[in-house]
Design a protein around this ligand. Structure first.
Ligand SMILES: NC(=O)c1ccc[n+]([C@@H]2O[C@H](COP(=O)([O-])OP(=O)(O)OC[C@H]3O[C@@H](n4cnc5c(N)ncnc54)[C@H](O)[C@@H]3O)[C@@H](O)[C@H]2O)c1
Length: 384
C-alpha cells in the first residue's frame, strides 16, 4: 500500500519549524515581550497551515485572536480544526460579510486584512466596532488599491509595498508555487508547453521567470505599455491577448482585475487551453460565464474541470479559477512566512501605540530589516 504523502496541518507546521523556523524565533521573542497583552486582534486571512503556524506563534505574545476566512475555496479544514483545537475563534461559514461581522463582534482594537474586505465591512456595516479599532494592517495589492480609494479613520500599515513582499513573495513565491500546483493538479510536465502570462506586475514577472526556468515557452500580455516593455526587455514576446490565446496551451492570470478573461476572449483560444489564476480573488477568469454557457462539463480530477464551449473547443479550469497555489498549498512556504513575519512585526509596532496619521502608512524600514534578519537567521542559523 502506498504511503499518504500529504502533510497534515500539524506536520506542515512541524516541517516549517525544522527547515525555516522564522516564526518560531519570532514566537520566542513575542513570548518574552508579550506585545499584545490586553489587545484583541481580528485577522481576515486565507486559512492554511501557514496561517495556523503564524497564529500559534503570535498568540505567545498574549492578547486574544479571532479569525475569519477570506475565501472558502482557499480554506484548509485541517488548519481550521488545528486552530480551533488550540482555542481560537475561527469563522468560516455563511457569506463573507457574515464571517466579518462575527469576527468584529469580538470588538478588536487591531485588524489585519487580505484584500480590504474586512475593513470594508467595518466601515460600511459595523460602525459600533469601528470606534474601538485603533489601527490595522493590509497585506495585499488589491487591498492597498481599495484602501487608497477609501476614507479610513485610523492608520493602516501597507505591508504589500515595502522592499520585501514584491521581491520575495510575489516574484518568487507565487511563480514557484503556481507551476508546482499546475504539475500537481494535471500531471503535466511543463517543459515545452506554451504559456501566456496575463499581467506583468511582480506576480506575473515571477510566473514568467519560473515558467521559463521550467522550459516553457512564455509570452506576456499586459494592458500597461510600460509593463509590456519590461516584459519585452526581459525576453518575452508580448502579443495581443487574442493572438497569444491562439497559441497558448496554458493561460495564467495575475492582473488583480475582475473578468480579465471572458468568454469573448476564449472564442479565440486554442482548443484544450488550460486556465489558471494566480491573482487574489476568484473572478479574474469568468468561470461562472464558462459554466453557464458550456455544453458539457467533465470532472477530470480534483481541482480540474474541463468544459466544452459552444464553439466546440474545450477549456480546462484549474481550482475553479481561485488562486491555485493557495488552493493546493503548493510551493515553498518561505516567502509567505517572511511576509507573515513582517505582518507580526508591524502588529507589534502598532501595539506599541506609535503616533500615526489616519489612512495608509508605509511599512517602516526598521520592521523589514528586523524581518530580514529573522529570515537570514532561519535560513542559516548563527549567520547573524
Ligand atoms: N496567488 C498568490 O499567492 C498571490 C500572492 C501575492 C499577490 N497576489 C495577487 O496577484 C495579483 C497581481 O499582483 P501584482 O503585485 O503583480 O499586481 P500589479 O498590480 O503590480 O500587476 C498587475 C498587472 O496586471 C496588468 N493588468 C491589469 N488588467 C489587465 C488585463 N485585463 N489584461 C492584461 N493585464 C492587465 C496591470 O497593468 C499590471 O501590470 C494581485 O491580485 C495580488 O493580490 C496573489
Amino acid at each position: 500500500m502506498s504511503e499518504d504523502r500529504s502533510l497534515s496541518a500539524e506536520q506542515e507546521v512541524g516541517r516549517i519549524n525544522v527547515f525555516f523556523p522564522i516564526l518560531r524565533s519570532l514566537g520566542n521573542h513575542w513570548a518574552a515581550a508579550r506585545p499584545w497583552e490586553g489587545h484583541t486582534i481580528a485577522l481576515n486571512l486565507h486559512l492554511t497551515p501557514l496561517t495556523a503556524c503564524l497564529i500559534r506563534e503570535l498568540s505567545l505574545g498574549g492578547g486574544s485572536f479571532v479569525l475569519s476566512a477570506v475565501n472558502p475555496r482557499t480554506t484548509d479544514s485541517a488548519s481550521v480544526d488545528l486552530l480551533r483545537n488550540l482555542g481560537f475563534r475561527v469563522y468560516t461559514g455563511g457569506d463573507m460579510e457574515d464571517r466579518h461581522l462575527q469576527a468584529l463582534s469580538h470588538r478588536p482594537d487591531l485588524v489585519v486584512d487580505t484584500g480590504f474586505d474586512l475593513f470594508h465591512s467595518l466601515l460600511e456595516r459595523d460602525r459600533g466596532a469601528l470606534g474601538g479599532v485603533r489601527a490595522g494592517v493590509e497585506i495585499t495589492r488589491n487591498g492597498v488599491t481599495r484602501l487608497r480609494g477609501s476614507s479610513v479613520p485610523f492608520p493602516i500599515v501597507n505591508i504589500n509595498d515595502g522592499r520585501l513582499k514584491d521581491k520575495v513573495e510575489n516574484r518568487h513565491g507565487v511563480g514557484e508555487g503556481i507551476w508546482a500546483a499546475v504539475s500537481m493538479a494535471t500531471g503535466m510536465h511543463l517543459a515545452g508547453r506554451r504559456v501566456l502570462v496575463l499581467g506583468y506586475g511582480p506576480v506575473g514577472r515571477g510566473l514568467a521567470r519560473y515558467a521559463r526556468a521550467a522550459g516553457m515557452a512564455v509570452e506576456v500580455c499586459d494592458t500597461d505599455p510600460v509593463r509590456r516593455l519590461f516584459a519585452h526587455y526581459d525576453g518575452y514576446p508580448t502579443p495581443s491577448l487574442r493572438d497569444g490565446l491562439e497559441r497558448a496551451r496554458i493561460l495564467v492570470t495575475a492582473t488583480g482585475r475582475r473578468d480579465a478573461v471572458t468568454l469573448e476572449h476564449l472564442a479565440h483560444a486554442r482548443d484544450g487551453l488550460v486556465l489558471v489564476n494566480a491573482g487574489h480573488g476568484g473572478d479574474e477568469i469568468d468561470v461562472a460565464g464558462i459554466q453557464r454557457s458550456a455544453v458539457n462539463r467533465d470532472h477530470v480530477a480534483a481541482q480540474v474541470a474541463r468544459y466544452q464551449l459552444e464553439t466546440g473547443n474545450t477549456v480546462t479550469v484549474l481550482g475553479d479559477g481561485h488562486p491555485l497555489n493557495i488552493v493546493l498549498n503548493s510551493g515553498s512556504p518561505e516567502p509567505v512566512l517572511l511576509h507573515f513575519a513582517v505582518l507580526g512585526l508591524a502588529l507589534e509596532w502598532l501595539a506599541s501605540e506609535p503616533d500615526l496619521p489616519a489612512g495608509e502608512v508605509a511599512v517602516t524600514g526598521d520592521i523589514e530589516n528586523r524581518a530580514a534578519r529573522f529570515a537570514l537567521e532561519a535560513l542559516n542559523p548563527s549567520s547573524g
